[in-house]
Each structure stands twice: as structure tokens, then as C-alpha cells.
Design a binder for this molecule. Structure first.
Ligand code: FES
Length: 166
């Protein structure tokens, strides 16, 4: 289920304190678990929730760790695997599709030199195919670091967005 990196991850005292702050910010409210996980993920290099962190949060709330894994596997903005510094999530749902999103995907693959599920050589970008993330009104859309970029129907527009992250 998890790769070696995720299993070997050690929570430093500094990270534990920051996760405690996140839990405090969310009032130790288990109904805010998605927000807790998103905020925690932002604290961790490679944008993911390692197994040790999932168990730490489960113990602190407290809730069954299975609830945390339900969230981690359901929400595309969360990951149990290390990712690039800037995961690029590409919507593969119908509205984006009918707005010619196939071209957007091809441009992205060409500009980054990678395919879906791959990471650029410098570790900056991962390309992920995900279901609709609610930005249908600006389709075709991608989401980078949680921010939506819409109307990406030309190579120039995509290149301009990517330049912000270099
Ligand atoms: S169909 Fe692409 S964001 Fe909704």
C-alpha cells in the first residue's frame, strides 16, 4: 500500500508541534479532518501524508486511522505517496473533455516532458489525472498547489502558468 519512503518517515519534534498547531486551528474537530489533512500535507516536503503522520493525527483527534485513509484515498488533493513540489492535477471529467481538454493534456505533457503519473527530472512537477474538482465553468482546467487555472486552451497560456513555478 505505501512505499518505503512513506513508511520510514519520522516525525520530528518541530513537525509534531506544527501538526499540533493545525489540530488546534481546527479545534480538534474530527469533522474538519479534510482541512486538517490538507494543512498538514502543506507542512511536509513532497506534498503527502506519510503513514506515521496519519497515525499521529488519528491518535491525537482521536479517530480510527481507517477514517483518515478513507479521506486520503478519496480526495484527489491528498496523497499517501511523495509527490513533486508542485503536483499538477489535470481534470479528466466530461465538461473539461468537451472543452477540448485533450489538447491541454498533450501540451502539458509536451512542455514538461512527462506523462501522467510521472515527475519531472528536477522534482518540481508531477502530472496527475483526477476527476472533476468543481472548476467546470473555466474548463479546460488544471489545479496546481490547490489553485485552479482555467481556460488553458493554448500552449502559450499553459507555458505562462508553468513559468510562475520556475
Ligand atoms: S469537468 Fe473539469 S473541472 Fe469539472
Amino acid at each position: 500500500m505505501l512505499n518505503a519512503d512513506a513508511q520510514d518517515f519520522v516525525i520530528s519534534p518541530e513537525l509534531a508541534a506544527k501538526i499540533d498547531d493545525v489540530l488546534e486551528k481546527h479545534d480538534h474537530d474530527f469533522t474538519q479532518i479534510v482541512g486538517v489533512l490538507l494543512d498538514t500535507q502543506d507542512l511536509i516536503e513532497n506534498n503527502y501524508i506519510p503513514e506515521t503522520v496519519a497515525f499521529y493525527i488519528a491518535q491525537k483527534l482521536p479517530i480510527p486511522v481507517s477514517v483518515i485513509y478513507d479521506c486520503l484515498t478519496f480526495y484527489s488533493a491528498l496523497s499517501i505517496r511523495p509527490r513533486a513540489k508542485h503536483p499538477i492535477q489535470v481534470c479528466r471529467s466530461i465538461v473539461c473533455h468537451i472543452n477540448d481538454s485533450d489538447k491541454t493534456y498533450e501540451y502539458l505533457k509536451e512542455l514538461l516532458g512527462i506523462d501522467f503519473g510521472e515527475t519531472t527530472y528536477d522534482g518540481r512537477f508531477t502530472l496527475e489525472a483526477v476527476p472533476c474538482f468543481g472548476a467546470c465553468d473555466v474548463a479546460p482546467a488544471v489545479r496546481i498547489d490547490g489553485v485552479v487555472y482555467g481556460h488553458l486552451d493554448t500552449k502559450e497560456k499553459i507555458a505562462e502558468v508553468l513559468r510562475q513555478f520556475t
